[in-house]
Design a protein around this ligand. Structure first.
Ligand code: IPM
Ligand code: MG
Length: 360
């Protein structure tokens, strides 16, 4: 059997802590792992002057899958014109590996309905996926930058989409919907933006090929509202890069905490196992305020590793084993600080992982 060659890129803040726990869970499954680790983000800027060193990029390109922690360091946020930033690590990887489809599943575990700031009757049974375009739009459009001098500074971002970029993401959306609850919502701002009208036009062409999928258009702002009002309405929400970034943080609160949401970023390239090469990361970010204290919730990272087993290695049974162990640990009352309600049994990063491993 070919080994599972995984590039582990822990990054900054709580990234290294949660990455180490996901690796422990993978090791507990007795898989033939081949792990390679490299520094990226603020950490790499300090030692190597760049957020995504050439050697780390090559390691990612050679791997079957990538486990990514988080990047971002407050000290780099001070200079608006800084040309070297920690976030360039993740943006660079997405672009270089053409990981155009970002899957962010939002599922409310029964045990956590109380952890959400929303009413239990609203969040109970939520099971949706935000499918975010990841390699174009305002994140990569040119021109981009800040120009001029005070008091006449100005800044420009460009939202740019080609038909091909929109189509491949929407095809992924229709296919995902077909394999699930057969419902696809496309969120755009077609009432204001030309790119939104292109998304809508391409979606309307494609829907003819998927008559079994219940398709709807929705303005992204209305989508933000309906996500809180009636989240069970949704199955797959397909949307452009920037809206997907915002809607997925919002949707995280349906699951109780940002510390619960995994993600998979997929391209069309196949790995040595014949599955899509992908990058797997929690959506929560570096969270420097709690870094190094051993209190970070490792579940989003552990659930990201489960997504990796499913999407990049076709190991569906193993993926479900991890997901069930997470659910069982929650059912048994284990809570990290971010999802703890009154009277809960609060545990740290390591103990939470131990609880999951014990239930595999
Ligand atoms: C995310 C993050 C990133 C993004 C940042 C860290 C660049 O917020 O993955 O959602 O904006 O895409
Ligand atoms: Mg985000």
């Amino acid at each position: 059997m070919t080994s599972l060659r995984i590039a582990v890129l822990p990054g900054d803040g709580i990234g290294p802590e949660v990455c180490a726990e996901a690796v422990r869970v993978l090791q507990a499954l007795n898989l033939d792992l081949e792990l390679h680790t490299a520094d990226v983000g603020g950490r790499a800027i300090k030692t190597q002057g760049t957020a995504l060193p050439e050697s780390a990029l090559r390691m990612a390109q050679d791997a079957d899958a990538i486990l990514f922690g988080a990047v971002g360091t407050p000290e780099f946020d001070k200079d608006p014109k800084a040309s070297v930033r920690p976030e360039q690590a993740i943006l660079g990887l997405r672009k270089a590996l053409d990981l155009f489809a970002n899957l962010r599943p939002v599922r409310t575990f029964d045990a956590l309905t109380d952890a959400s700031p929303l009413k239990p009757e609203i969040v109970r049974g939520v099971d949706l996926i935000i499918l975010r375009e990841l390699t174009a739009g305002a994140y990569f459009g040119k021109p981009q930058g800040q120009f001029g001098a005070p008091p006449e500074r100005y800044a420009v971002d460009t939202t740019h989409y080609t038909e091909a970029e929109v189509r491949r993401l929407l095809i992924m959306g229709f296919e995902l919907a077909r394999a699930r609850k057969k419902k696809l919502t496309q969120a755009d701002k077609a009432n204001v933006m030309a790119t939104g009208r292109l998304w809508r036009a391409v979606a309307h062409e494609l829907r003819e090929e998927y008559p079994d999928v219940d398709y709807e258009d929705m303005y992204a702002d209305a989508c933000a509202m309906h996500l809180l009002r009636a989240p069970r309405h949704f199955d797959i929400i397909a949307t452009e890069n920037l809206f997907g970034d915002i809607l997925s943080d919002e949707a995280a609160m349906l699951a109780g905490s940002m510390g619960m949401l995994p993600s998979a970023s997929l391209g069309d390239t196949l790995n040595r196992h014949g599955y899509r090469r992908g990058l797997y990361e929690p959506i929560h970010g570096a969270a420097h305020d709690i870094a190094g204290q051993g209190v970070a919730n490792p579940l989003a990272m552990i659930l990201s590793a489960a997504m990796m087993l499913r999407w990049s290695f076709g190991m569906h049974a193993q993926a479900e084993r991890v997901e069930r162990a997470v659910e069982q640990a929650l059912n048994d009352g284990y809570r990290c600080r971010d999802i703890a309600t009154h009277g809960a049994r609060v545990v740290g990063t390591r103990e939470m992982t131990d609880a999951v491993i014990a239930r595999l």
